[in-house]
Design a protein around this ligand. Structure first.
Ligand code: SAM
Length: 277
């Protein structure tokens, strides 16, 4: 599989993998809950780019009557997901590594046969579909994996909507730099606003769109802010930025994480469509 197809800015960062393992259905993808609530026993749900599996494991535990599939191009993330599932003793979730652009290659993997047009819900969250060349093929593969009348749901950030307060010099520089760093990985930092266009380009029609909305989270808890600052700091240190910039940003982020009134927002754009018959 091609690791070049991973546009996630922090791929390879263990710190970020561990942080993502704390993701859950309700705080991170609340738009999926009403869809999951309606699924009948035996239904299959697939997360494309599931990372270390925080959301998939949560769904599997909340909905023991459905089967949850998780796939990701990052083998280390899949290993972590598998370990967490084994530790929890959850049996209705399975993981496999693979490239979302070639989702159909997983059809032959035991337990993943439903990817052959048998999934009730295929979703992605912050997968950085953003890689321009890969967004449409990925969505087109998600569409193929969904059954007739199945749901395809995407949520992606848009860095043009990010903001922080109070904005010290280091945080200001970070907010300016973050989109540029992701561009360096081949990603599109403004993907959120382009999701409808990508979905239509992948063959879904306007009348199949069911929801186009935004979900915004404000991070304000000291622990979350410290975790973010650690992860961002690692990205900055590993980047090609100059030493002065790195110092300014890292110190600014650390200072910001200590502000009692410090907040940062990462809104995501949600697009949900129903596949036709
Ligand atoms: C920000 S993480 C999100 C993980 C998970 N969806 C979550 O919300 O916790 C992005 C994930 O997308 C994965 N990814 C990026 N490109 C991919 C591709 N072409 N195929 C499969 N996974 C991919 C990365 O490896 C990474 O685990």
């Amino acid at each position: 599989m091609s690791r070049d197809n991973n546009a996630f800015i922090a791929s390879g960062s263990d710190l970020m993998r561990r942080a993502m393992q704390n993701r859950r259905l309700v705080p991170d993808v609340p738009h999926l809950k009403p869809m999951l609530d309606e699924l009948l026993s035996g239904s299959v749900v697939c997360e494309v780019g599931c990372g270390p599996g925080g959301i998939t494991l949560d769904i599997a535990q909340l909905y023991p009557h459905i089967t949850v599939l998780g796939m990701d191009v990052d083998e280390e993330s899949i290993k972590l997901a598998q370990e967490a599932k084994d530790k929890a003793g959850t049996t209705n979730v399975r993981y496999a590594d693979g490239d979302a652009c070639n989702l159909d290659k997983l059809i032959t993997v035991e337990g993943f046969e439903a990817l052959d047009g048998g999934c009730d819900l295929v979703y992605s969250h912050a997968v950085c579909l953003c890689h321009h060349a890969h967004g449409r093929p990925t969505i087109s593969q998600m569409r193929k994996a969904a059954k007739s009348n199945g749901i395809i749901s995407l949520k992606e950030g848009d860095m043009g909507l990010f903001f922080a307060y109070p904005e010290n010099a280091g945080m200001k520089r970070w907010l300016e730099t973050f989109p540029t760093l992701s561009l360096g990985k081949g990603a599109d930092p403004y993907i959120g606003r382009k999701l409808v266009s990508l979905v239509l380009g992948a063959g879904l029609t306007h009348s199949q769109l069911k929801d186009v909305s935004m979900h915004g989270q404000m991070q304000w808890r000291p622990q979350v802010k410290s975790g973010l600052v650690l992860g961002f700091g690692q990205i900055v240190r590993q980047s090609a930025l100059g030493e002065d910039d790195k110092k300014l940003i890292v110190e600014g982020l650390e200072e910001w994480s200590k502000y009692e009134d410090g907040v940062v927002s990462f809104p995501g754009v949600i697009v949900t469509a129903v596949k036709g018959v």
